[in-house]
Design a protein around this ligand. Sequence first.
Ligand SMILES: C[S@@+](CC[C@H](N)C(=O)[O-])C[C@H]1O[C@@H](n2cnc3c(N)ncnc32)[C@H](O)[C@@H]1O
Length: 449
Amino acid sequence: MNTKSPAPRRSRANAPAGARPPEAPGLAVRRAAAEAIDAVMEKARPLEEVIERAARGLDDRDRALARMIAATVLRRLGSLRALVRSTLERALPEKARRVETLLLIGAAQILFMDVPDHAAVATSVELAGEDQSTAGFKGLVNAVLRRIAREGRAALPDVADQPPWLIDGWANAYGAPMAQAISRALASEAALDLTVKSDAAGWAERLGGRVLPTGTVRLAEAGNVPALPGFADGEWWVQDAAAALPARLLGAGPGQRVADLCAAPGGKTAQLAATGAQVVALDRSGPRLRRLQQNLDRLHLTAEIVEADAASWKGGPFDAVLIDAPCSATGTIRRHPDVAWTKAPADIASLGALQARILAHAGDLVRPGGLLVFSTCSLEPEEGERQVEAFLAARPDFTRDPVLPGECGIAAEWINPQGEVRTLPVHLPDEDPRFAGLDGFFAARLRRG
Ligand SMILES: C[S@@+](CC[C@H](N)C(=O)[O-])C[C@H]1O[C@@H](n2cnc3c(N)ncnc32)[C@H](O)[C@@H]1O
């Protein structure tokens, strides 16, 4: 490991008034990453949103690198923060909070990314020098990051990368060993999963991926998705293998009327429309419905689009109703590591109340004998199992229609004793970690009597 000290450069804080020294290469990328991390942590905004703003003006490659640095810090935040804090003799003052971000950025690049140590150290030191509140910490940033480079990953404390309230919740739901395994699984980036209209084997071969038992085509490397063969022609769309299961459970087909009640941006609407069913795609968000329409246009699929509140909309009756409810999305932390830090227990409670309202109303949209699938991309039972229990207690006209092992390629391990789908990030293990894992999803299939 290279522990060379950074080349001395004149910082902005030290530059004579009016003269702007030439910027060191890669500095803007790290500045954008630091701004994005601070916005995620302080304002609880999604990384995808804040990185767009922070990385404005950067070319595609640099924007991708800034996003990767920020995502790596957020993915490994628990252990990286513990490491950084363990190297400091005393806590940093509140006004110099950015110093910790610069240390985290440097440490993430040194320990987890293919960035030369000297570049990781130099850019964090340089960024510290840019601001009066942090300029006095340049020496400390240099010393701490050089030590981290010297000691390597062996010095990383063995602590979870996610906040304790999440780990405790998973331990309650799945047991402490599984909670730890889930936490570890979230350290790896997710593969790129595609739902194809047809010929999964052919697309897997053309794109250099493989076909999963569920029919999803999985690629190890994401790359530039719109540039991949088949994207422009609308032959496939990006959708995690677990996210593709709820719509399949409805068994929709030609001649059926189906409502997708929380539809945007339309991954599941596209699946339902591709079966030949007549689909109503409803969502409360106009902007998100416009994205859904664009996605359907690219895929040459059609659905009737309705902007409304699923908790009060009058329509139907339908042969099948899908509620892919708004949720905390803790099942998607592999893809969106910011979720672990932007969500709080209060969100689980408020989203749970919204899910209950939508579910209660949606029951009346299903014709007698019809199916209702309730799904969330959450690992929290309050947003899955508990919702269905409460709904069934209030609606004796509905019963579970249990999912059977092998149905839609679903493994027995992904089905709970009630016959509901419960996927976890530890599922679908693979010797090649680039192909392993599933998003955490819950899906229950209910039939109206
Ligand atoms: C998990 S996302 C749906 C993802 C989508 N099913 C897919 O596969 O692409 C949840 C959606 O619920 C919508 N939503 C939230 N509250 C709603 C409500 N009261 N009525 C209808 N849609 C709502 C959000 O705008 C969001 O698009």
